[in-house]
Design a protein around this ligand. Structure first.
Ligand code: CTP
Length: 406
């Protein structure tokens, strides 16, 4: 599920961070969301309505007293249309008015009439934020079900450093995706464990054996699953990507660390896992020994003796207690793609395997995959960005979960 065609009410109140919210409005629009920007009078002192209009290609709402039409009934339409409301930045004033249930401008009136989930993103000067009045108002709103995205610590508009800084638009966007998924996704109530990236097998403190995996496939799967409402544990080898907002993130380096993390996630978490997706490129071998000191150059190159790493997925084949677990593996092959992938599907006791050609998939931002299910059901797809591939895989996961629980 993406942000395409989702109706989002973006409330902007009068704080300097309003300028950053222009970026958020742009990002949401770029992803296809229909953004209704609703501004307080004070907000229009910081950023003009025209800025938001140009960025969202939609009307911007600033006036409670605008004329109603058959299609547009002011705050009533805004409140009913919204699938999610976000107020960013939320000043001490708007927080107080919302806590009181006041309805004295277009924003408070729309929010009062809106039953969709509400995200509040406070941003203000530290003392104002920490004042018991503001904290009490936030507690009231939280109690009523609003999600408060806590401000960060950093440089504020006054030049001083303290708490009150609005999170970056990218982070707010992450919470928007999460809230939409939690409200309407097709993986609500499901727990997914996803592995990503390659493992690094140390030779000495500065060298390792590794592979070219970038982690993009696993991270795209985690992001897409969160947006569908799943509870996600992402276990990742070292990569250059930010973990998606809202996942439980476990960072590992070696195959053995990844194995231990997968087992902890499967057997020690309070919630049972519904799905394990092993998208990680686990190193099959590791050096028998890893030196504590940097291996020095000698006249001859050292010989590296290797030993087998555990097969994480294969090792769970007959593990007791996992009868209900849906297992999805990946097969990265350079030859005989389908035959080799099918062999892995059977040998590792999987429900589905994602077959992809190794060289053109590992480290690339798009991928061409074939999904192979038990019983020889094969679905081939064209090359697509990894995010789109993630959606196709999760469509199948949803289908297989329904079959498994039927
Ligand atoms: N896998 C695993 N543990 C390993 C190696 C692989 O759990 N030590 C998982 C991968 O995450 C993937 C699947 O098993 O989901 C297949 O991985 P792949 O590297 O394609 O195959 P291998 O089993 O390692 O076999 P080979 O390298 O010989 O093709």
């Amino acid at each position: 599920m993406t942000l395409k065609d989702r109706n989002i009410l973006l409330g902007v109140s009068g704080g300097i961070a309003a300028y950053k919210v222009a970026q958020l409005a742009r990002d949401l629009t770029k992803e296809g969301a229909k953004v209704d920007v609703v501004m307080t009078e004070a907000a229009t002192r910081f950023v003009t309505p025209l800025t938001f209009q140009a960025l969202t290609h939609r009307k911007v709402y600033t006036d409670l007293w605008q004329e109603w039409t058959e299609e547009e009934k002011g705050h009533v339409t805004l409140a009913h249309r919204a699938e999610l409301a976000v107020i960013a930045p939320a000043t001490a004033d708007i927080i107080a008015r919302l806590a009181q249930g006041l309805a004295n401008d277009i924003l408070t009136t729309s929010i009062l009439g809106c039953t969709a989930p509400l995200i509040i993103v406070p941003a203000m000067e530290s003392n104002m934020y920490q004042h018991p009045a503001t904290q009490q108002n936030l507690a009231t709103l939280r109690e009523r079900g609003a999600f408060i995205l806590e401000p960060g610590v950093g440089m504020l508009a006054s030049g001083a450093s303290g708490v009150g800084r609005m999170p970056e638009p990218e982070e707010i966007l992450g919470y928007i995706r999460l809230a939409l998924g939690k409200n309407s996704g097709d993986l609500i109530g499901k727990r997914l464990i996803i592995t990503a990236g390659g493992t690094q097998e140390p030779l000495d403190p500065v060298r390792y054996l590794g592979n070219r995996s970038s982690g993009q496939m696993g991270y795209a799967l985690a992001q897409a699953a969160l947006e569908r409402g799943a509870d996600v544990t992402l276990i990742s080898g070292p990569v250059n990507l930010k973990p998606p907002v809202g996942c439980k993130f476990v960072s590992v380096k070696t195959a053995r660390e990844m194995e231990a993390a997968v087992q902890r996630a499967l057997f020690e978490d309070e919630l049972p896992a519904d799905v394990l997706v092993m998208a990680a490129a686990v190193a099959d071998f590791r050096p028998v020994t890893s030196s504590d000191h940097k291996i020095k150059k000698d006249k001859t190159a050292p010989t590296i003796e290797l030993t087998l790493n555990p097969d994480i997925l294969g090792g769970l084949k007959d593990a007791p207690g996992l009868e209900k677990l849906l297992r999805v593996g990946f097969a990265a092959e350079t030859d005989d793609l389908h035959a080799n992938a099918e062999k892995k599907l059977n040998n590792k006791n999987l429900d589905m395997i994602v077959a992809n050609e190794a060289v053109s998939s590992i480290g690339h931002s798009d991928n061409q995959v074939t999904l192979i299910e038990r019983g020889g059901i094969i679905t081939e797809f064209e090359r697509k960005p990894k995010r789109a591939v993630a959606e196709l895989i999760l469509d199948k996961v949803v289908e297989l979960l329904a079959k498994k629980t039927a």
